[in-house]
Design a binder for this molecule. Sequence first.
Ligand SMILES: *Cc1c(COP(=O)(O)O)cnc(C)c1O
Length: 380
Amino acid sequence: MSKAHCVDFNHPVLIGRELEYVAEAFRNGHISGDGAFTKKCHVLLEQQLGVPKALLTTNCTHALEMMALLLDIQPGDEVIIPDFTFVSTVNAFVLRGAKPVFVDVRPDTLNMDETQLEVVITPRAKAIVPVHYAGVGCEMDSILEIANRHNIPVVEDNAHGLFGKYRGKFLGTLGVLASQSFHETKNFSCGEGGALLINDPVLIERAEIIREKGTNRSRFFRGQVDKYTWVDVGSSYLPSDVLAAFLYGQLEQRDKIQAHRQRVWETYHNGLQAWAGRNGVQQPFIPAHVEQAYHMYYLLLPDLETRQRFIQYLREHDVYAVFHYLPLHLSDMGLKFGGQPGDCPVTESVSDRLVRLPFYNDLTEDDQERVIKTIAKFDF
Ligand SMILES: *Cc1c(COP(=O)(O)O)cnc(C)c1O
């Protein structure tokens, strides 16, 4: 019997007309930023989500950096962030001199625990940054109510949550600003890419300036000003139109991609339910008022030792599962900001126990069945 091929954790997948559009971008004679495909992506995101303005960026990290600039984050300002997230959520603000304030996550959704928000808010708090983990919406009603009462802007890191909804509203449309990621590991990808969603129209003009090296180039091209000059701080956050063309090929297939991901998620969820129940493994929880974005499928094993053995066992059976997010407060940088063991006990526990299963846009039913059958034979 030949050895079965390995089931990757993730790999890039061509879904539609990505390569045709890349060729078209080249034929258009415009492969730098803000060409025809960048505009198509902007319009698609604005129309589908109903946001006043979407701007493609080089990646989600840069969209987060733009947020910090747009909010005028200054040295010593505090930014409230979940402890269980990717480093970019915090780094974008620390780069401007902010002090991160880490909030633990809820044990059910692994999202920022809104009941702990009030306790950490000080007069120096200048932003609250919920992350919709796994594309499952945070408790935005509570978060926005608390933020409004203290007059602190909410900006969403929606890297996982494109097309997910909270109480019928798209994730990414609830804060003043939101970031999206089109990294290879996300639902929609162009390798490296991102977007800034702008829900407060007052911020649109300055966002365009910051994205275009601190110049009013966008207004100049629209004929709104007669010279193109340096007007503010900024950087270069525009992706090449070649990448926008690839991304448009993916976004155009959003229904197909999301339907496939929903099927993959549900197959894991149903296929592992009895096994998880028998062995004390926690499956993801999706609140009834949330429509998730089907970004990932994770399991929470009983402890670190079992999680490590589980990943090793799957690897020996050619199935690649991974873990992620070490608690930010216990990272080298987190310790410099005063993090201590025990500060965020849920994150500390989840970080030891979480495992992410293979999940990509052409994962076949056969491969998924093999993953589920292999898991079912794991010896606890
Ligand atoms: C992937 C990710 C990012 C960073 O995205 P890039 O596009 O790689 O910069 C930020 N936040 C979260 C929660 C992510 O998962």
